[in-house]
Design a protein around this ligand. Structure first.
Ligand SMILES: [Zn+2]
Length: 572
């Protein structure tokens, strides 16, 4: 990028000069002022809403990750309209009309090439909005593809059992010569050719083109062979080395040094914007990023040092652009759920079946395609589809035998998307150790908040709000009973809300758990006293025990009635 910045400053000067000479007649083609910053906290949230919190959440989860902010200085609406071109003949962004990529994903212009269609404006917005990919699953499309060192044993592991076996030496050598990450080089070739390789890697035509360069058009194999022949790539080694030099020359040395920037040309370092893209497939960056992530997973390197370049645009909407409805029947809306786990959760081939080689990540958003109605082995198994197309089963909630209930798949809406209540930054000390300090912080009772460390409960008064918890414990994660995050200091909290995934809230008098004390709570206690239900030894029972004597009886009923009449209050 250093070189790019110099180039840009020359361009800026040129533009300034041309303005002086031609005044308003000049038409600036280049982004005048693209800069890179590593200062996350300097991101202006009013100008770039939702970025800082997402990036900080990832940094908390993966302390070795580094982030660079690319201020594109481009207007979001201009970016979208520049990308939404080529209708009817050669769309700049195309989507494969399969499974859930139909309906609102497809532009009405009518373009068809096999299963490929013109991508709709909403699809472009959704895929280009970086906020939708600032999660552990989709982030790797932003990874800087610069060579920051490598472990030769990991490189050998990655190539073993693939068509690249035995070629680690030239991969690493070319990576060093060009400054491209050898991990990315391998991921790109495996993405293009599959593990076993194709006719372009087997030598059946006498030439090798492992990166599929110019392997497009009506007869991609012949065209790919012709290109390899023109370059003299008559061994796989030459194809690999030559392909890496091509990537370096055409992309990474031209500022397009992430998968996202290779797909979406919003980096103005090379001959302007919006034209120099590696692929038309709108999913390309995300899907290849997934390959990269899976590669790191296979060698246990996800949590290692990675650097991500996140592009920011001016005038983005307040909330992240939503996923187009992929159902061809427009009246049925997609059932989107957010993954509510601390790190990851396993995917399975069937309800309670074998684990497959894929995970769901904290805060990842997936489509639920089947909602289970019966339990198998103690929980519900919903079928989901990840953004990369993987379909599998996952536990919707905790198993019956587990003491604390937790919903893993939380239906999302606008309010639960921005989980600002999930910061947990309070304990970030300067020691820089590997544990998340906020999780180790001891919760101490105050006048308004009573902590029970044995039973892992926090008891609060009938009028408690989120601020009372924050005043006592600092910025801390509060989850509603349905698993979604609680936002806002003035929000009502209720019985069975959860603090830091660990402590359950007992709100005195709030037997129903809706956060309020009213006649429904009286009814809840009456039902217990009449033997219709049994809430003894539950958090609901604890909230109904307003006399704090360990029993549930008519004295509690009377005391709640007095609270409702405003005669007396309830104490913790
Ligand atoms: Zn179109």
């Amino acid at each position: 990028m250093e070189k790019g910045k110099k180039f840009l400053s020359i361009i800026s000067i040129f533009i300034i000069i041309s303005y002086c000479l031609f005044g308003l007649l000049s038409n600036p083609i280049y982004a005048a002022n693209q800069v890179i910053s590593t200062d996350i906290n300097a991101i202006d949230e009013s100008a770039y809403p939702g970025f800082k919190e997402r990036i900080n959440a990832l940094k908390n989860q993966f302390p070795n990750w580094n982030f660079k902010i690319l201020y594109t200085d481009l207007d979001w609406n201009e970016v979208i309209s520049e990308e939404y071109v080529g209708h009817g003949s050669n769309p700049r962004n195309q989507v494969q009309a399969i499974s859930n990529y139909q309906g609102a994903w497809i532009c009405p212009c009518g373009f068809e090439a096999g299963s490929w269609r013109c991508a709709s404006e909403d699809a472009i917005k959704y895929m280009m909005d970086p906020r939708n990919s600032l999660n552990a699953s989709d982030i790797f499309q932003f990874e800087e593809l610069t060579n920051n060192g490598y472990d030769m044993n990991q490189i050998i592991n990655m190539t073993n059992g693939t068509f690249l076996q035995g070629h680690h030496e030239e991969i690493v050598r070319s990576g060093n010569n060009t400054g491209i990450s050898p991990y990315f080089i391998i991921a790109r070739m495996l993405q293009e050719q599959g593990k076993g390789g194709t006719a372009l890697t087997s030598g059946v035509y006498g030439y090798y083109n492992p990166f599929n360069i110019q392997a497009n058009g009506a007869d991609p194999i012949s065209n790919g062979v012709a290109y390899a022949q023109s370059q003299g790539w008559d061994t796989l080694e030459k194809g690999i080395t030559g392909g890496i030099e091509f990537l370096s020359r055409e992309y990474t040395k031209r500022g397009q040094n992430t998968l996202y920037l290779q797909k979406f040309d919003v980096d103005g370092t090379y001959d302007g914007l919006y034209w120099h893209q590696y692929m038309q497939n709108i999913m390309a960056a995300q899907s290849e990023g997934t390959t990269l992530r899976k590669t790191y997973e296979s060698i246990n390197a996800v949590g290692d040092s990675h650097t991500f370049i996140i592009p920011l645009y001016r005038n983005m909407p307040q909330a992240a652009c939503s996923r187009p409805n992929g159902n061809s029947n427009a009246t049925v809306s997609g059932d989107l759920v957010k993954v509510n786990v601390n790190s990851t959760i396993c995917l399975r081939s069937s309800p309670n079946g074998a684990k497959i080689n894929a995970l769901l990540y904290k805060d990842e958003i997936v489509t639920r395609i089947e909602k289970a109605t019966t339990k198998v082995a103690g929980t519900y198994w919903d079928k989901i589809r990840k953004a990369d197309g993987t379909e599998a089963y996952v536990a919707r909630e905790t198993y019956d035998y587990e003491a604390e209930y937790k919903l893993y798949l939380v239906p999302i809406n606008e309010n639960s998307l921005g989980n600002s209540g999930n910061g947990g930054n309070s304990g970030n000390a300067s020691v820089g150790n590997e544990t998340d300090n906020s999780d180790d912080k001891e919760l101490i009772s105050t006048q308004k908040v009573k902590v029970d460390k044995v039973n892992k409960t926090v008891t609060v008064g009938p009028d408690a709000i989120a601020k009372d918890i924050i005043d006592a414990f600092g910025s801390i994660k509060i989850t509603k009973a349905d698993g979604s995050f609680l936002e806002g200091e003035q929000s009502i909290i209720g019985t069975n809300y959860i603090i830091r995934d660990e402590y359950i809230i007992i709100k005195k008098g709030d037997v129903t758990g809706d956060g309020y004390v009213n006649s429904a709570d009286l009814l809840g206690l009456q039902k217990h006293l009449l033997g219709i239900t049994n809430i003894m030894n539950t958090t609901k029972g604890a909230s109904a025990d307003v006399t704090n004597d360990g029993n549930l009886n008519s004295a509690d009923l009377l005391k709640i009635q007095k609270k409702l009449l405003g005669i007396s209050d309830l104490n913790i």
